[in-house]
Design a binder for this molecule. Structure first.
Ligand SMILES: [Zn+2]
Length: 356
């Protein structure tokens, strides 16, 4: 029944689909993107052509639950989660649940024969509430998250900890809002500090970075980018180079501290160049007010990520994992929320914005 409905809608608009000759691959340098589903790398690839990322629909159907498609006379019926797309490669409008929608990124196919591989822009997935797509700063990883179970956030037992859903990254950079590179310290073989309870700094850093990314994306006041979206190692100098090449406006590195004495606790904010002092002071002030932790000051030190970056750059040491009480606090979702909110407030103040 639903199918017939979609067909009818499609038929009405098919008249305006016109003769499709523009289904060829868009121009631009093509690079492979690794595909991750719920943080796990799968044995399939998406591609980026220029600024836009595409995924073949057969790959989408293989790696993501709730995806199916059919092709009829070059009209593609693609269902992703609760959303039905009807489209023809090369057309700048598509039907979403039967409703006509102009799209900036256009689907294409690899050839004109029946076995052609059909690519859809990942930006279309913005219309699917159950699916979130994220491309990290290395332009290497596409993360596709399956629907999250909306539990009451209790009794998760042995399941993996809940992760916030990173929202969709717009395909084209926005004009206007400033870009922020969020740098989760350490990763991969580099655990950073190990906490008194055996938890790793790299995981704390990534958790904060992802939540910060999510909040800034939803607010839409600034345009965030993630240095790493997974547990991977990137050398400090490489991080600075990536931020420089991306020409972001602000660089924020997320860390947690450790000291030989279990008594040491508190907040430290680092910068190196003079152009970063104001950013460091504003973020430090917001964090200190929000966390109420010991104030260990704004400090100048030659960390590579604050020294080699060419934009205002700070490194936040958000607390000591070697201090039992602070460690416990830092891993609490409420504390992490406060940290994220404080950083966001600080960024808006720094940027002269009031936020949403
Ligand atoms: Zn660190």
């Amino acid at each position: 029944m639903r199918k017939v409905f979609v067909w009818l809608c499609a038929c009405i608009v098919i008249g305006s689909f016109g003769v499709s000759a523009a289904a060829a691959k868009p121009s631009g340098i093509q690079t492979a993107l690794a595909v991750y589903v719920d943080g796990r790398k799968v044995d399939e690839e998406a591609i980026a052509v220029g600024q836009t990322a595409y995924v073949p629909i057969d790959v989408l159907a293989r790696v993501v639950e709730g995806v199916s498609y059919e092709v009829d006379n070059d009209i593609v019926f693609l269902t992703v989660g609760s959303v039905a797309f009807t489209y023809r490669a090369g057309e700048s409008f598509i039907l979403i649940d039967g409703k006509k929608q102009e799209v900036a990124d256009v689907a294409w196919k690899s050839s004109d024969d029946a076995n052609a591989q059909r690519f859809v822009p990942l930006s279309w997935m913005e219309y699917v509430p159950q699916l979130k797509v994220l491309i990290d700063a290395l332009k290497r990883a596409v993360l596709i998250y399956r629907p999250m179970q909306r539990t009451n956030a209790v009794a998760l037992g042995k399941d993996e900890p809940t992760k916030p859903l990173p929202p969709v990254v717009p395909a084209a950079p926005r004009t206007g809002p400033r870009t922020v590179m969020i740098d989760a310290g350490h990763g991969g073989q580099d655990n950073g500090a190990t906490s008194v309870r055996g938890r790793f700094e790299k995981d704390f850093n990534l958790s904060i970075a992802q939540q910060l990314f999510a909040k800034l994306s939803v607010d839409g006041v600034m345009y965030p980018r993630l240095m790493r979206a997974t547990d991977e190692y990137i050398a400090p100098l490489a991080r600075a180079n990536i931020a420089n090449e991306a020409a972001v406006d602000v660089f924020v590195s997320i860390h947690a501290n450790a000291a030989p004495s279990p008594l040491v606790s508190g907040l430290e904010t680092y910068y190196w160049r003079d152009d970063s002092v104001v950013l460091a002071e504003v973020l430090h002030r917001e964090l200190r007010a929000s966390l109420g932790s010991v104030d260990r000051g704004v400090r100048k030190q030659r960390f590579a990520v604050v020294r080699e970056t060419r934009m205002p750059a700070v490194l936040l040491e958000l607390g000591f994992l070697s201090n039992a009480a602070e460690e416990q606090l830092l891993f609490l979702p409420e504390t992490q929320q406060r940290i994220v909110d404080a950083i966001v407030r600080g960024l808006y103040v720094y940027d002269g914005q009031r936020g949403p």
